[in-house]
Design a protein around this ligand. Structure first.
Ligand code: CDP
Length: 238
């Protein structure tokens, strides 16, 4: 990204897509969208479109990959070749997707009651169909709903958002242009039932005060995301 071409990101207090600094984009969550997965969810978060499928708990092959004390969680994050303006048809995993998949594994190892399913594996696959910044939090949000849809016992929902510094101001839920040209980016996710932090990453620089304020803003946004996650499951039950 050539920062020399950086556009103005905040004009008269409004962002490039018309939002105020603390506004989330529109978030829609639908659970149970796939017939052949044990659980699934579709999230449309601004211009992001993400689908998550969950399969398991299943038997582990080869057997030496299994854990006699808990289920093994596999998480796979994939950006479809047509999802990005930057990487047309470059298939296969890359450094970024490996990193996000590893973060997803950690998030859900801490959320699923894995001890209830020793010697099994739980697969969580997320495909980014269209991307516009904040895909990891949107992907984990979708995965969290898909797990509940699959009936897998969890400690809560994983919900959150990315807050960052844009033109010197903190902004909630960065889109791609803000993410790419902004000064920093802090994606945070919480366990809805005990507010434990499940994901905390940081790119760029913030003062200690800005960092603490970012976490507070992520927490407030996570509550809104959690409410939509619960609604999506209730709607399916009805
Ligand atoms: O998506 P997230 O913000 O979690 O991750 P990121 O690495 O900070 O990427 C920010 C955004 O840049 C993504 O959401 C995509 O819109 C875009 N991107 C892309 O289009 N192609 C890539 N290979 C990487 C990022």
């Amino acid at each position: 990204m050539n920062k020399a071409n950086k556009p103005e990101l905040i004009i008269d207090g409004r962002r490039t897509d018309g939002r105020n600094l603390e506004d989330l984009r529109s978030v829609k969550i639908e659970s149970g969208v796939l017939d052949n997965a044990d659980g699934s969810a579709m999230v449309e978060w601004g211009n992001n479109k993400i689908i998550a499928g969950v399969y398991g708990p299943r038997e582990v092959f080869p057997k030496h990959f299994s854990d006699p004390y808990k289920a093994v969680v596999n998480f796979r994050y994939v950006m479809c070749s047509f999802s990005s303006l930057e990487e047309h048809s470059r298939g296969g995993p890359n450094r970024r997707s490996i990193e996000i998949s590893k973060m997803g594994k950690h998030v859900f190892e801490n959320l699923i009651l894995t001890e209830q399913f020793p010697n099994t594996a739980i697969d969580i696959d997320v495909e980014v169909l269209q991307s516009d910044g904040g895909t990891r939090v949107a992907a984990f949000t979708a995965a969290s709903v898909a797990l509940v849809d699959a009936g897998i016992p969890v400690k809560g929902f994983a919900g959150g958002v990315s807050v960052g510094k844009v033109d010197g101001r903190l902004a909630v839920d960065l889109n791609k242009i803000e993410d790419n040209y902004g000064e920093s980016d802090v994606p945070v996710m919480f366990n809805s039932s005990n507010s434990e932090i499940l994901l905390l990453q940081m790119d760029g620089l913030l003062t200690r005060e800005e960092y603490e304020r970012s976490i507070d803003l992520c927490y407030e946004a996570s509550k809104k995301v959690n409410a939509l996650q619960v609604d999506s499951i209730k709607k399916k039950m009805e």
